[in-house]
Design a protein around this ligand. Structure first.
Ligand SMILES: Cc1ncc(COP(=O)(O)O)c(C=O)c1O
Length: 471
């Protein structure tokens, strides 16, 4: 195993094997299982450059998921590092409680310029969960101030992922997420996932969209619009398996929300800042003007933990004019409007505007088309996606489309083979999610797809040998 550089002492100081041992002894990692919580060794990565990572054995890997959908501008961007250094040397922190800094003001102005409709103001948070949490608490505050304390229910959907704080996590609708976890269930109503691949057999896409819209409208009727505060939805459900909804459905949901004074929160934590080729996807790709948009991840290309909520001018004016001008939105974080985060986000936005967005629009269709060829493999049931996010879903067979018969950690098996071959995959039960850094080239896309194909083929061989699958 290689050595890990230690910047405190300027020298190689920690052997990779030691880092793994220390992690096993002292690190609790996210989403662990009870059986090995606090004692688990995950693959060590020691450095990155462009779309590549180097692991603890010195192996070069394509960063297939771009970290957690976030390293949009790629690893080791000197411009981003320099801005963080310079901002730190100028002003490393200021309290947002009673002071403000210029980078946060400038960033808000530029974000508002890109945001749809009258979304004009930004509240900064520390990441995506805190952004969703902020939007939800803002909805509660808004309705309290407007004298509608009963209007608090939140509509979410199967397949959704909105975060890991208590309220944001209560919205999550992916299998297994909530099996052992509590949540504010009395506040949340879950609707069907808009997953076209899993729509009832024989149903057209148009009929599926109608079904989803009817379900939404019926739920509003049943629950009462006066009890529903907001709908929260990702334009493309990311961690649920890159679920691209049927055409027109989100726009129709938006209309129902408007008719019933239900706030529409578009969770663009993954889709914003370039993943789909635009700063925001809600209006450009889905023709919706939400009341709030949440963002994080790509806003700093993952170089600094920053997120936020873009809020409609109308909502703020409603509060300004309410009968309770002394009502306080009792919400904020120590790191709200962090100057280093906002400064790096400004530079990152320059990179997006100066060519990265165009690049995604150019290579995105190629990425999707190349991945689509994997549907030739009998283990693969569906390949889908948009821009530079995609999912390869494995099924036992295309007739039953049964993912559970295949619940033999197929995603993890594919990931293990791909790791050997030089690609890091994000395994999700029976799925592999791909969302590489946006700087990926066509040649690198070819290489990524080639490795993934081989990783899936090797997994098919293993499953056959073990007698658990005969595709
Ligand atoms: C759509 C969406 N919302 C919110 C979150 C939570 O973001 P974070 O992990 O930064 O708290 C995620 C994380 O993947 C996400 O995909």
């Amino acid at each position: 195993m290689a050595a890990v550089r230690d910047f405190r002492h300027g020298q190689a100081a920690l052997e990779a094997a030691d880092a793994v041992a220390l992690a096993k002894g002292h690190l609790v990692q996210p989403w662990p299982y009870a059986g090995d919580i606090g004692a688990e060794a995950r693959s060590l990565v020691t450095s990155g450059d462009g779309i590549y990572l180097i692991d603890g054995d010195g192996k070069k890997l394509i960063d297939g998921p771009a970290g957690m959908w976030c390293i949009n501008a790629g690893h080791r961007r000197e411009e981003l590092a320099r801005v963080m250094y310079e901002q730190t040397m100028e002003l490393s922190y200021n309290t947002p409680w009673y002071t403000m800094n210029a980078p946060s003001a400038e960033l808000s102005h530029r974000i508002a310029d890109h945001a749809p409709g009258d979304l004009s103001h930004v509240f900064y948070t520390t990441g995506g969960s805190s952004a969703v949490e902020t939007a939800l608490r803002f909805m509660q505050f808004y309705n309290n101030v407007r004298g509608r304390p009963e209007k608090k229910l939140i509509l979410s959907r199967g397949g959704a992922y909105h975060g890991s704080t208590y309220l944001s996590a209560s919205l999550n609708g992916r299998p297994r997420d909530r099996d052992w976890m509590d949540g504010a269930d009395e506040l949340v109503v879950k609707l069907s996932s808009p997953d076209p691949f899993r729509r009832p057999k024989g149903m057209t896409l148009e009929a599926f969209a109608d079904f989803l819209v009817d379900e939404f409208r019926d739920s509003v009727k049943r629950l009462g619009a006066d009890r529903i505060g907001c709908f929260v939805g990702e334009p493309v459900q990311a961690s649920g398996g890159v679920i691209v909804p049927p055409a027109g459905y989100l726009k129709r949901i938006r209309e129902i929300c408007r008719e019933n004074d239900i706030l529409y929160v578009s969770d663009e934590v993954v889709t914003a800042f370039g993943r789909l080729g635009h700063v925001f996807a809600s209006e450009t790709l889905f023709d919706i003007e939400p009341d709030m948009i949440t963002f994080a991840k790509g806003v700093t290309s993952g170089y600094f933990p920053l997120g936020g909520v873009v809020i409609s001018e109308r909502l703020l004016r409603d509060l300004n004019r309410s009968n309770h001008p002394d009502a306080m939105f009792g919400h904020g974080y120590t790191y709200t409007s962090h100057p280093v985060g906002c400064a790096v986000a400004l530079k990152n936005l320059d990179l997006l505007e100066e060519g990265l967005l165009d690049h995604v629009r150019e290579v995105g269709p190629y990425f999707q088309a190349r991945l689509k060829t994997l549907e030739e493999l009998p283990l693969v049931g569906d390949v889908r996606g948009a821009g530079l996010m995609a999912c390869v879903e494995c099924v036992a067979d295309r007739e039953s489309m049964d993912p559970l018969q295949l619940d033999k950690d197929v995603g993890k098996r594919i990931d293990a083979h791909c790791h050997e071959l030089g690609l890091l995959v994000r395994p999700l039960i029976n799925m592999c999610v791909m969302s590489p850094p946006l700087v990926i080239t066509r040649e690198q896309i070819d290489h990524l797809v080639e490795i993934l194909r081989e990783g899936i083929s090797r997994t098919m061989d293993d499953l056959r040998k073990e007698g658990v699958w005969q595709g």
